[in-house]
Design a protein around this ligand. Structure first.
Ligand code: MRU
Length: 358
């Protein structure tokens, strides 16, 4: 689980293939899959071998390289760019809600467009360098998020988090979980509670596992205990990541985030959403426009491969929800912290950075 970029990364690049830590098996078993083609990458993203918005984006960037290597090697196809763009399109469709997937693929497409006049070997090299850069950028963003987010916490904070937003979900130390681990290192954490996060149990399987590795005190709760926890256990913060922040500050994140945010507001628990800027989708006006991924009914009607509902039972299985921006106290990005995020403040941060780099 060690590579040059990061001491703990679920995605590693090896020049002609990707290694993915199979997150469906954690924490019981640590197994790596070798991904040799864009189709294998699409399957891995769809089947949650790799998950978490930034980690999906990084995997997709490397998958674009695999697709280009394969298309360019087919000497008969002088017009391999067209076929490669189709591969990119299929990649984007693997999971619809996390904007990082779309962002990373679009960035790879721009990279190839910029190198269109170069020879094929140079184009492949540039694509590979760009994917490595996308990965490195996430590592750096995570470090900054952890510092900025942890600064907001007071001593002896009691924190609730949802889903998994740590190293397993990103290229670096994580988003919301990076903040929590950093705050713990700063001596500011009294107790963390992790929602188990039905139906894939990212909280109980992955977040608890990561927190105990970092020696952060953590108790798992069932998702439906969150309201009672916030009503009775002196919780100071609800800290989560996101799969997409729309231009007006709405938050698409793991199903259950919205209800936790509503309860937090009811009980005076402060809310923090932690994302790299690659998760901010300026081109989508509000959460109403975000496609929410619907997954198979069987994920709800079964438990760890064992059917629990009667044969023929029906289920509705949206795996993300939208929290209105009004419920967010702080949006933490590597570009800065926005209190009470809204469209005006998000666009101001976007413009500020654009003029700083112009
Ligand atoms: O279905 P998943 O496990 O990919 O969902 C992940 C989440 O919802 C995370 O909260 C989000 O991607 C932020 S990860 C830094």
């Amino acid at each position: 689980m060690h590579d040059k970029l990061n001491v703990f990364s679920p995605v590693t690049w090896h020049g002609s293939h990707i290694h993915l830590l199979d997150q469906r098996l954690l924490p019981r078993s640590e197994q790596w899959l070798q991904i040799d083609s864009v189709d294998a990458a699409i399957e891995a993203i769809r089947d949650l071998v790799v998950r978490g918005a930034p980690a999906i984006g990084i995997t997709a960037a490397y998958a674009c390289v695999l697709a280009a290597q394969s298309r360019a090697a087919d000497a008969t196809s002088s017009g391999w760019h067209e076929l490669w763009l189709q591969d990119c399109q299929r990649l984007i469709l693997a999971r619809p809600t996390a904007v990082n997937l779309h962002w990373a693929v679009a960035s790879m497409q721009q990279c190839l467009a910029d190198a269109a006049q170069a020879d094929v070997q140079t184009q492949l090299q540039k694509l590979q360098q760009h994917a490595v850069q996308i990965h490195a950028q996430d590592v750096a963003a995570n470090q900054r998020l952890a510092v900025l987010g942890a600064e907001l916490l007071q001593a002896r904070s009691r924190v609730l988090t949802h889903c998994n937003t740590g190293a397993l979900a990103t290229g670096g130390i994580g988003t919301a979980l990076g903040v929590i681990v950093r705050a713990h290192q700063d001596g500011k954490i009294e107790q963390v509670f992790a929602d188990e996060t039905r139906p894939w149990l990212q909280g109980s399987r992955l977040t608890e596992w990561e927190l105990q590795r970092a020696e952060v005190p953590c108790q798992v709760i069932i998702d439906s205990a969150a309201a009672w926890l916030m009503a009775t256990r002196n919780i100071d913060w609800l800290i989560v990541g996101a799969d997409r922040i729309t231009a007006n500050g709405d938050v698409a994140n793991k199903i259950g985030t919205y209800q936790a945010m509503l309860v937090a507001r009811q009980h005076g628990v402060k809310t923090m959403v932690v994302v790299p800027w690659s998760t901010v989708d300026i081109n989508t006006a509000s959460g109403a426009e975000v496609e929410i991924e619907l997954r198979q009914a069987d994920e709800v009607l079964s438990f760890q491969g064992q059917r629990v509902a009667r044969a023929g039972a029906q289920a509705w299985n949206p795996v993300f929800d939208i929290t209105p921006a009004a419920l967010v106290d702080y949006l933490v990005t590597e570009r800065g912290v926005i209190a009470a995020p809204n469209q005006q403040r998000i666009l101001a941060l976007q413009r500020e950075r654009a003029s700083a780099t112009a």
